[in-house]
Design a protein around this ligand. Structure first.
Ligand SMILES: [Fe+2]
Ligand SMILES: [Fe+2]
Length: 427
């Protein structure tokens, strides 16, 4: 009895030790302006008097330069700092550190600026992480996915939504503290590359809310208070589309007009690769989260009109990739049955990449598929591992690698294909 009481008495101390914030925490990067010459740095200090100052230098230089910013309003305790660093060189690695209490500095981290058009870079798309250590045991790959992404050192992280699952994970008491935990958890990759988010059903519904999250993430202005926005990296144009309605629920007409105009402008400005990313999939054969047919009907023709070749989605707890498609939604035509290379005349490949660490609360595992054999439009699928995507952009091509992650095994490339504006040649 005595031992039991003493354990209870020390529990609050233990909890405090587990959650006590570092002097500077939640360090993460973003792009709000030109990706080749700027970076935005965000971090939190519990001491609100700490100045919003970043020191940075090109790798190899010895002298630090300074940039200052200000507080970023959000629900976190203490102060969330935001500093825009400008005047950087494209495709260059920079080191930086952020101010902490009593004149201290954080550890030194580094990031890579984006290339100008014609340059190469890598992006990672990851979603559905959940928080590690869930009491229901479902975050079976969260930590492993974060570490595998961090190892790749991409130039940008496309975040696909569903981070915290606050409705089923209340360990941190409030939603804001839960979000704090997510930002600390993803620091292994968030300190190295801008995270450009789109949000999932869990950020929008399910006891969470858009502003709780959006307040933490600087992004370009875009449309409808940043629910939709786009940005360029080299020859690529990424479009973040808030699409969080599970199985049905259409996007407003005003949004479709914004997407149409945005893609048109990007194409006219010479961007070769238009890459929309959204949480809920227009093509999914998952029994937990099947296709949102409204999104398919609405977005398919717009994507095709502007020559979109890759669409990144998540939400369901499995990986699926379509062949390149034309004629979505009613007259679907597969433009190539090739498995690993597509050319300039091919259509749109829809990828559903997940989960990024957390399994489903619905069936307590990876998602089952609805149909067997797979639908005719399916080129590859897997529901036995966690997944994230790496996209390697070269001047004339994009190589897509799908990493599979299982605890206790090194991650591996499970699916891979090339989309080229040249020819597939003798491949
Ligand atoms: Fe999810
Ligand atoms: Fe979701």
């Amino acid at each position: 009895m005595y031992r039991c009481l003493s354990v209870l008495a020390t529990l609050p101390l233990w909890l405090a030790a587990q959650t006590a914030p570092a002097p500077s925490d939640q360090i993460h990067l973003a792009w709000t302006r030109d990706s080749a010459t700027t970076i935005t740095v965000v971090w939190r200090t519990m001491d609100a008097s700490v100045p919003s100052t970043v020191e940075y230098r090109r790798q190899g230089e010895s002298r630090w330069r300074r940039a200052t910013g200000g507080p970023r309003p959000s629900g976190t305790e203490g102060r969330l700092h935001e500093v825009l660093v400008q005047g950087l060189e494209p495709t260059s690695r920079y080191e930086y550190r952020v101010a902490g209490p009593q004149g201290s500095w954080s550890a030194v981290y580094s990031f890579l600026t984006a290339p100008r058009p014609g340059g190469s870079f890598e992006a990672v798309f990851v979603a559905d992480t959940g928080l590690d250590g869930r009491l229901d045991g479902l975050s079976t790959g969260t930590r492993e996915v974060i570490e595998a992404v961090a190892k790749l050192n991409p130039t940008v992280i496309l975040w696909g939504g569903d981070g915290a699952y606050y409705d089923t994970d209340k360990r941190f008491g409030t939603l804001d503290r839960t979000i704090d935990y997510w930002f600390n958890m993803v620091m292994p990759f968030a300190v190295k590359a801008p995270i450009m988010p789109t949000y999932g059903n869990h950020e929008i519904f399910l006891k969470e809310g858009y502003l709780f999250w959006a307040d933490r993430f600087p992004t370009p202005e875009g449309f409808d208070n940043r629910r939709y926005y786009s940005f360029d990296v080299g020859d690529a144009h990424f479009v973040s589309i808030l699409a969080a309605d599970s199985e049905s629920g259409a996007l407003p007409e005003t949004v479709l007009r914004w997407i149409d105009a945005d893609l048109e402008k990007a194409r006219k400005s010479g961007r070769k690769w238009l890459v929309p990313y959204l949480h809920v999939a227009p093509f999914s054969d998952g029994s937990n989260h099947p296709s949102n047919l409204d999104y398919r009907r609405q977005l398919g023709p717009i994507f095709e009109k502007h020559g979109v070749r890759l669409v990144l989605t998540a939400h369901d707890q499995s990986y699926e990739r379509t062949f390149p498609l034309r004629g979505v939604p009613d007259k679907i035509e597969i433009t190539s049955n090739a498995k690993d290379c597509f050319g300039a005349s091919d259509g749109t490949v829809y990828l559903k990449v997940g989960p990024g660490g957390k399994q489903s609360n619905i069936n307590r595992g990876f998602a089952n598929f609805k149909t067997n054999p797979p639908p005719a439009h399916t080129a590859f699928r897997d529901n036995t591992a966690h997944h994230f995507a790496r996209l390697i952009f070269e001047p004339q091509s994009v190589r897509v690698q799908i990493f599979a992650v299982l605890r206790g095994k090194p991650e591996w490339v499970q699916d891979e294909f090339l989309y080229t504006l040249g020819s597939c040649g003798g491949r």
